[in-house]
Design a protein around this ligand. Sequence first.
Ligand code: TYM
Length: 328
Amino acid sequence: MTRVLSCIQPTGDVHLGNYLGALRNWVSGQHDAEVFHGIVDLHALTVTEAPEVLGKATLSLAAMLFAVGLDPDVATVFVQSHVTEHSQLGWMMECTVSYGELSRMTQFKDKSAKREAEFISAGLFTYPALQAADILLYDTDEVPVGDDQRQHIEITRDIAIRFNHRFGDTFVLPKAVTPKSGARVMDLQDPTSKMSKSATTDSGLISLLDEPAAVLKKFKRAVTDSDSEVRYDRAEKPGVSNLLEILAACTGETAEALATRYSQYGPLKTDAGEAVVELLRPIQARYHELMTDRGELQSLLRKGAGKARVVAAATLARAQANAGLLPA
Ligand code: TYM
């Protein structure tokens, strides 16, 4: 059976990009494969938060993952720091990736540039090694992600190939899987930048917890361009194309087909906003219900970590043995 793994960081609210780019595929894939989904709190430590924030964000994200439709009886949902094998294999991955490879990662270059005047942790630099461990620990075939994670999956493959070459066949080579529409949802105010938790203002970001009125308002104010032709053209018309693609992801149609139905921007903005409101309505109701029983959420996460550990421990032991570490 195909093995699927993908993870999300507990930083900021889950947004429409996370949902359309990744979470939706996690849910639709859960019955056709053996799926593991991690809330990667150790990755979130690369940018420091007040200690009282991280635990709460982790629990809230767990509620959101179940609210969007992951079924705890089918999908293994776990917290990264609860499965210590991630850190253990992470170190071995750091010793398998080169300084040069890590220096070329666009995410590190972007994030460190944004944090110029702030503390830049070594963890931000070695982040892809831990991500490689997350993936390789589960003998993962497919990693459902948004477009921005492609480079991370590529470097994971390179690390796995190098380790297998040095120490013999140890890891399965994973591949990234991205959706047809929604792989790169852009900021509604700045449609040349991806929608991101680290955006400076939230007027271009749709949180999965935004009230309907706020969603409609953000779509109404979405930045488009100064002519008035509705056409799907990412390079020339990024704002309009983003609206078309969001609507396409909500309705299952293609952005090109939708474009032929509009002659003005206003109705497109309204329809995209309304489609997103309807998409979010049931998710929000389930989220609020799940958040009323935090004990149950913690117990689901404990169960998930137990299942994840069984698989992760076996892979770690194989990697350690192949690398020649003396058994304990
Ligand atoms: P994170 O937490 O930033 O995002 C979680 C998922 O959401 C996708 N995504 C988007 N998709 C479309 N449009 C957007 N604007 C958008 N923004 C985010 C991301 O591609 C991702 O799939 N490094 C990862 C977390 C991670 C991971 C892993 C992922 C750690 N270990 C192992 C896969 C496998 C990250 O920061 O995702």
